[in-house]
Structures are given as structure tokens and as C-alpha cells.
Design a protein around this ligand. Sequence first.
Ligand code: PMP
Length: 449
Amino acid sequence: MGTQIQRKYLDLHPGSLDRWAVARDIFPDGVTHDGRRVTPFPIYATHGKGPLKWDVDGNEIIDYWTGHGSMILGHSHPEIVTAVQEQVAKGTHLSASSDLEIRWGQLVQQLIPSAEKVRFHSSGTEATMMAIRMARAYTGKMKIIKFEEHFHGWNDYLSAGGSGLGGIPQETLSTMIVLPPNDISLVEETINRNDDVAAIILEPTGAHMGLEPIGPTFLSQLRDITYKNEIVLIFDEVVTGFRISKGGAQEYFGITPDMTTMAKILGGGLPGGAVAGKAEIINMIESHPEDNNFNNTRRIAHNGTFNANPLSAVAGIRALELISEGEINNLASKAGENLKQGLNEMLGKLEIPGCATGINSLIFLRLNTDPDEADPEKNITAVPDIRKKADSLMQSELNLAFMNNGVHAGNAHGGARFIMSSAHTEDDINKTVSSVAKALSEVREQGLL
Ligand code: PMP
């Protein structure tokens, strides 16, 4: 019954199977996030420490999903634990402004080059939704350009171009323009044909956290074209913010957008989101007591019970302080570089076609792809092919084989995604490379590679 890899997965995870049998009667697909669906069933985790986590069956796992990218410090960082414990005792919601939100906002201003002003939310989805609303209110224009496969959360507008569009009004989707990335002439043509474009939003390292890379040339071309046409350029730095560098992808590439959306690391492992950018755009929230017309028709009303809540604020403050003071990004990037090198050497030795790519602490194993194909500056047209190459049986067996060998990486179109933390040591990386080699060999034995 099942493949060898599936049988081993069942043997190693009986406790998770029991939980999933219960969860299926509570949640759609038995899970609470689309990305956590696993065939035949997901693992149930109990706790994490540094780069490791454990499941209900006692399996120790090297974690490369790292809180969907939020845990750059690793799990249960002692300083975050202390900060949160102390704050719980003081109150988790005091229905008032606080010193904490000031400190948190100042850190965002200090670290993120585009952040003249800031507004907090509870998630990245809210932040991107607010960013395009601000751009629309500010410019008085309606259309938003986004790029194929670029993910910005699950709000109605930014879901355009993806799947699972049930319930979204056609009118909403018709305000969105979805273009293939890395083709500036197409962007230019679209803008020339359309004088109603308010903003362009993108994941600045490329779709799926950088799996399908955007080249710096395309970013600077976008910067030029948006300046020229008075279109708001929004970098969605929900993943890359405070990760690709302390100041996000914008600092790394030296290109400052008009607006930036953030979440994940921002909240130090707790829920948090923010939009930041040019003061005059973020100020579309500000009320003008003397101008009722502005307040009623142009101003953006924004509430949110848990905006800048004290628990997320203390965790976020501590995380951003550690990032600004210390070596967090360098450590995570060094771990990423070591993993990339280790995986590439291993692929060569095992003669498995593929390559490991990625910037700093966001690393991707791309099977059946050579490094030139993975470089958007060298071969732009080849980049989208990664989706066509993805084989769902191979992907699902690969995921299980990774888990069977104690590594939790993300799905990546026929490969894997590794989100590094500063807690991943050289020893963790060496173990990971051996585990991935074993997993790939097992998948190859089943004739899938
Ligand atoms: N933007 C990007 C680039 C993301 O990767 C994500 C989530 N992975 C989001 C926005 C949405 O963030 P959240 O899950 O906090 O709503």
C-alpha cells in the first residue's frame, strides 16, 4: 500500500495521522493554512528551539520553514521569550497608545529606507491591501499592476492572477492588471495604453520569495518608469524585509520604492504587519478637521483591534533591535551561502540535474534547472518554465522524503525552499545536505528523478 517513501512517512508519524483524523472534521482539508496541506497528512508540531522543532511523535526536524519566514532568530529566542513573558504580565491589550508602538515604529523608520511614515496591521495580507488602497486614494487612479506568480496574501484585489478566486467580484478583479515579470517593454506598453494606473506592486526578489528571480535591472527599470509616470512603486517586503538585509531588498539592491509592506520578521514571530512609505501617501489616513470633503471622500478610515498590540510590539522591537545591533542577517546569510554551496556540490556528486540558488537567507533547490536558467539577467524567458517542469507526484514524494529524513523545507515547483535563520549552524547545514542527498536518492529510486 503506497510507495516506500509513503510507508516510511506513515511509520514515522502515527501520532500526526491520529490528529489529522480529528482535524478533518473541524477544518477544511483538516488544516488552517492552504500551504500546510500535505498528502497524505501533515505533521503536528509541539515545540521549537533555535533551528529545530519536534513533532508529536518525537521526531526532531531541522526547520527551514521557520515560521513561514518570520523566525530569522530561530525558534524561542531567549530574549523574545523574556520580552513576551514580561509583557503578558503587564497586559496584552490596554486600548491605548503606548511607548511600545513608538519604539517599534522608530525601528522601522531607522531600518527601512523608504519608511518616512508607518502604519501597523496584524498581517501581511492587510498591509498589501492597505498599500494599494493608499496608492489609489493618493493618485485618484484605480488600476494596479502586479506580476504573475507574485504572492501578496489573500485579499480580494491581490489574489488576481492566482487560483482560488471564488467569491471575488469580477469588478474587483477587473481593476487589476497581471503581467509576466522581467519584461519592461510590456510594462511600458501597458502604462502607455492605460492612464489609470495607480501603482505597481511586486516581490522585489521575485515570485515565491525569490524562487523565480527578478533581476536588479528590472527593478531599476520599474523605478524609472514609475517615477516618470507618477505611479506609486510598492515593494512587498513581507518576506524580504529585515531579511535580505537589515533594510530589506530595497537596501540590498539600492532601489527605494515609494511604499513598502512588511510582516513576518517585523513581529518577531508574533502576528504583525505594517505599511510604510512616503509621508504624503501614508498620511491618506490622517484626518483634516477643517476639510470635511477630504475626510469623507479621500481619507482612508483605518481601525483594527490588534494594530500595534503590545505583545507583537515587544517581540518585534526586540527582534528589530537585535537585527539592527548585531550579526543576525550576516549569520543567516552565511548559513544560506553554506547550504547553497553544499547542495550544489552534492547535486554534482550524485549527478542529479539541478542547482541551488537564492539570495542571502532565501535558498532554493531547483531540480532539472541549470544555474543560467535560474538567473533572470542571463535568460529571462526561461524563468517561467520552472512551473511547467514541476511534477506534482515528484513534489509530493520529495516533501515526504525530506520529512522522513528530518528536514522541513517548503514546496518550490519541483524542488524545495529553505528559509534560513541565524540559529542554523554549520553542523545543521552538513546534516541537512546529507539528509537532502538521502531524500533525493530515495525519490530517484522510485523513478521520479
Ligand atoms: N506578501 C508576501 C510576499 C508573502 O509571502 C505573504 C505570506 N507568505 C504575504 C504577503 C501575506 O502575509 P500574511 O500571511 O501575513 O497575510
